[in-house]
Design a protein around this ligand. Structure first.
Ligand SMILES: *Cc1c(COP(=O)(O)O)cnc(C)c1O
Length: 426
């Protein structure tokens, strides 16, 4: 499978049925799995044998879909989680704990910002937020001796900044820590962060991957390339024995390619239990089968809508990295040459009130706390996902009070544009 193009991997990756087996992935709707002896079971509990015993840790349906996403991202291993929030939490908590520090782009999803700045802070993990376009000096200054990772989003939700992945990866690697990239908006169809130096990739599969607003979910992919064993003092959880598994050392037993995901499954899933249901994994896989086809249409609609908005007198600014002249156009051309996503941000004359008025008049685009869906939807982040932030934090996250996040679905661009036109001119 690894030799095939991305579209073929979207359709067929992760699951190869044998003779007489189901063509579609089976939904293994079972909490538990049967064994002949306690000794067999014991080996699984000691991580000495691989196999299924309880769906909180692993389930075959989920594993087929995780394997597909690992292939799409060019990673060595992957795991599904119940949501994108769980994926981002695990990706950091797997290597950072009380007393540790993480450098993050400030331009990230509001829920992730809250997770980092409020909830994980309560766990004793501190974050330094840097602008998405931080200079090398600014980036350098953010590191501390206890820094364990660097985090950013390929295309930030909703600010639509584009992360200079190579530069962030270089800074992370100079300090001997991995770069974690949330690739939700770009999807591996448009950007594969591992090819640019990212070490771990996360997803809210709720968005384009599912693509139909059917199932909340997340995924973590490990590149298998970060050499934890070069810094055993920094990553003791991966490089020293885990007492809760009779002294297994993840990097020794599972190698660089398996250590990170095995540890996250064996410890974090075991203890926190944020699993994706096999039924949701099945829906996710249906979405993945058409991801490459849908992304092309989302991007075509995004560019057409962005161009229309740019030409409209009642629109004060448009952000879309596919638009020539956009602040992130060059980075977009570098990292997302085939298209970015279907999400366009813009502001209207009259600021916050006008934004709310225009949104209320849209007939095709529904106001939703959702994005990256087959149906066009829109949101005013300052009064929804980002309402916990004050004006300074909003500005740092690149989310002005007038910002409308408009997520182009798979409808016809002419209809979306006509709808926007009537709402802007009414
Ligand atoms: C939505 C989103 C998340 C959170 O994902 P959920 O599936 O809603 O938990 C994380 N990161 C990005 C970029 C998102 O868009």
């Amino acid at each position: 499978m690894a030799d095939f193009n991305i579209g073929t991997q979207c359709v067929q990756g992760g699951y190869t049925p044998g003779n007489g087996e189901p063509r579609q992935i089976p939904i293994v709707q079972s909490t538990t799995f049967k064994y002949a002896s306690s000794a067999d079971m014991g080996k699984l509990f000691d991580l000495e044998a691989s196999g299924y015993f309880y769906t909180r840790l692993q389930n075959p349906t989920n594993d087929y879909v995780a394997a597909k996403i690992a292939a799409l991202e060019g990673g060595s291993a992957a795991m599904l989680t119940s949501s994108g929030q769980a994926a981002n939490f695990y990706s950091i908590f797997n290597i950072a704990s009380n007393g540790d520090h993480v450098v993050s782009s400030a331009s990230i999803y509001g829920g992730t910002y809250n997770l980092f700045a409020v909830t994980m802070k309560r766990m004793g993990i501190s974050f330094t937020f840097v602008p998405a376009d931080a200079s090398d000096e600014e980036l350098e200054a953010a590191f501390r001796p206890n820094t364990k990772a660097v985090f950013g989003e390929t295309i930030a939700n909703p600010a639509l900044t584009v992360l200079d992945i190579e530069r962030f990866a270089a800074a992370a690697h100079r300090h001997g820590v991995p770069l974690i990239v949330d690739n939700t908006f770009a999807t591996p169809v448009n950007c594969r962060p591992i090819e640019w130096g990212a070490d771990i990739v996360t997803h809210s599969t709720t968005k384009y991957m599912d693509g139909h607003g059917a199932a909340v979910g997340g995924c973590i992919v490990d590149s298998g390339k970060f050499d934890w064993t070069k810094y055993p003092y920094r990553f003791p959880g991966l490089c020293t024995p885990d007492e809760s598994y009779h002294g297994v050392t993840y990097t020794e037993r599972f190698g660089l390619e398996g250590a990170f995901i095995t540890k996250a499954t064996a410890q974090l899933m075991r203890d926190f239990g944020s699993i994706q249901s096999p039924q949701n994994a099945f829906y996710l896989n249906l979405g993945l089968e058409s991801l490459h086809v849908r992304m092309r249409r989302h991007c075509e609609n995004g560019l057409a809508v962005a161009k229309f908005l740019q030409s409209h007198e009642n629109v004060t600014w448009v952000q879309y990295c596919g638009l020539p002249g956009d602040k992130y156009y060059e980075l977009g051309q570098k990292y997302l040459p085939n298209g970015s996503c279907g999400v366009v941000s813009f502001g209207v004359k009259g600021g916050r009130e006008a934004a709310e008025r225009v949104m209320g008049k849209l007939k095709i685009a529904a106001i939703e706390t959702h994005v990256a869906d087959a149906r066009t939807c829109c949101l005013h982040p300052a009064s929804a996902t980002h309402r916990q932030m004050n004006d300074a934090e909003l500005a740092a996250a690149g989310v002005g009070a007038d910002l409308i996040r408009y997520s182009c679905g798979l409808e016809d661009a002419e209809d979306l544009i006509a709808d926007l036109k009537q709402a802007l001119e009414d």
